[in-house]
Structures are given as C-alpha cells and as structure tokens.
Ligand binder design. Structure first.
Ligand SMILES: [Zn+2]
Length: 76
C-alpha cells in the first residue's frame, strides 16, 4: 500500500510527534487508528528513515525524512 501525498505529510507530522513524545501513541496517517508503530531506521547523518506499521489497515511503509534544520525541542 502506498500513502497519498497528503497522507505522507500527515505521516511526517506524526513521526515528529512520536519522536517528541515517545510515550505517546500516535495515529495512523491512513486510517487514523491509534497505535501506529514507528520504527527508526535512520542512517544518520545522511538521512532519516522511519518505518510505519499499522495493525488497523495493514499500512507497511517506509518514509524518508530529509535532514533539515534542527527541530526546536529535539534533543541536542
Ligand atoms: Zn492504519
């Protein structure tokens, strides 16, 4: 399954949320079900990759996050 462009943007926001609040469950960008599994598969410092999995809709997607300016509130 592939995410639509708008869903990828949502996915990036939820990845950022999951990184900022590791304790908090985030919702699937595709079906909005809570409990999205975000797995960090980054190859820093070159790129960040996150694998997203959802038990609700069967989402199984790896998202590339371009490395940009530091995110406010991120560690470091
Ligand atoms: Zn889902």
């Amino acid at each position: 399954m592939a995410l639509a462009a708008g869903e990828i943007r949502t996915a990036l926001e939820r990845i950022a949320l999951a990184r900022a609040n590791p304790e908090q469950s985030v919702a699937c960008p595709h079906c909005d079900r809570e409990g999205l599994i975000v797995t960090d598969r980054s190859a820093r410092p070159y790129a960040e990759w996150y694998h997203l999995a959802c038990a609700g809709c069967g989402l199984d997607e790896t998202i590339h996050v371009p490395l940009g300016p530091p995110v406010p509130g991120a560690d470091e």
